[in-house]
Write a new protein. Structure first.
Length: 299
């Protein structure tokens, strides 16, 4: 197993020479994850069952709460795809195009994400953007940090819910009520302490953070916009471009992330409607048997 830093990035390592089909030292992979926040396993050739097996070797995988995202034969696998098979869609298209931390809207967020691109566009790049929330917190003005240290953010996936066929005929209030019935808003500390490294980091995102406990909606909206505008400054953003054979593992405690925009897909900025290139990505979320924060999850 050979480990090298990701060139041009302040986070992440590449691991080569590891055949995950035959096992390998997964404890060493997790140790590299804790140290570098993101790990890319290069040159992997796994089928769906082997991908699920790898997730079990790294932690405790959890199916995503909405079944319409599931692979039809392997429900552990979340499918992001615009490809149709036999005239039917598999998974959901255009997922994650906004800043978020996977599953932060759960009472017990699932901290690790394992990503495995299957079909990558040839005319436009497949990338993921990451914000290093430890660096963000360390660079904040003291006044902002002080206000955050005692705050608890309200997280909800309500504004990023993708309407399904069975939702047709419902009004917005009914859809929101159903979302809250399945997954009501939850509270998490605005700043968490990584349970393995002791690092302090912001834990929130524009996608899933919808308020602040005890604050009026107007006050919370204004302050969250200030915080996330600071966090989304270019110096904190890392963009990774994926290749076929990459399996990417990252710690959601450490990052907000979003899918990179496909330059030649439907582009509302340019108003250039073209045929979107095919893309297919598998994802599994998994627990690492550690709490969200060293102080324990919010109650």
């Amino acid at each position: 197993m050979n480990i090298t830093p990701c060139a041009g990035h302040q986070v992440g390592v590449r691991i080569t020479g590891l055949d995950t089909r035959t096992g390998g030292d997964m404890h060493a992979v997790i140790a590299q994850l804790h140290r570098h926040k993101l790990v890319i396993l290069k040159d992997q050739q796994l089928n769906e069952q082997q991908f699920c097996d790898l997730s079990r070797a790294l932690g405790d995988p959890v199916p995503y709460l909405q079944q319409n995202y599931h692979h039809p034969d392997h429900p552990l696998i979340f499918v992001s795809s615009n490809i149709k098979k036999d005239g039917r869609s598999m998974g959901v298209a255009r997922t994650g195009g906004y800043w978020h931390s996977d599953t932060s809207f759960l009472a017990s967020p699932v901290p690790l994400t394992l990503l495995y691109p299957q079909v990558i566009p040839t005319q436009s790049r497949r990338t993921t953007l990451f914000i290093d929330m430890e660096r963000v917190y360390g660079a904040m003005p003291v006044s902002m940090r002080t206000r955050l240290d005692s705050a608890r953010f309200i997280h909800s996936g309500k504004w990023k819910y993708k309407v399904r066929k069975e939702d047709v005929g419902l009004d917005l209030s009914e859809i929101l009520a159903l979302i809250h019935q399945v997954q009501p808003p939850v509270l998490h500390p605005a700043v968490i302490t990584h349970p393995a490294t002791g690092a302090r980091m912001l834990y929130g995102s524009r996608g899933f953070t919808v308020g602040i406990e005890g604050w009026s909606s107007d006050e919370a909206e204004a302050f969250l916009d200030e915080v996330f505008t600071f966090a989304e400054r270019p110096e904190f953003i890392e963009e990774f471009q994926w290749e076929l054979g990459d399996i990417i593992l990252w710690d959601n405690r450490c990052f907000a992330h979003k899918a990179g925009r496909l330059a030649h897909a439907n582009d509302p900025v340019k108003g250039d409607i073209q045929t979107e290139e095919e893309t297919l990505v598998y994802r599994i979320i998994l627990n690492d048997r550690l709490p969200l924060s060293a102080s324990g999850p919010a109650s």
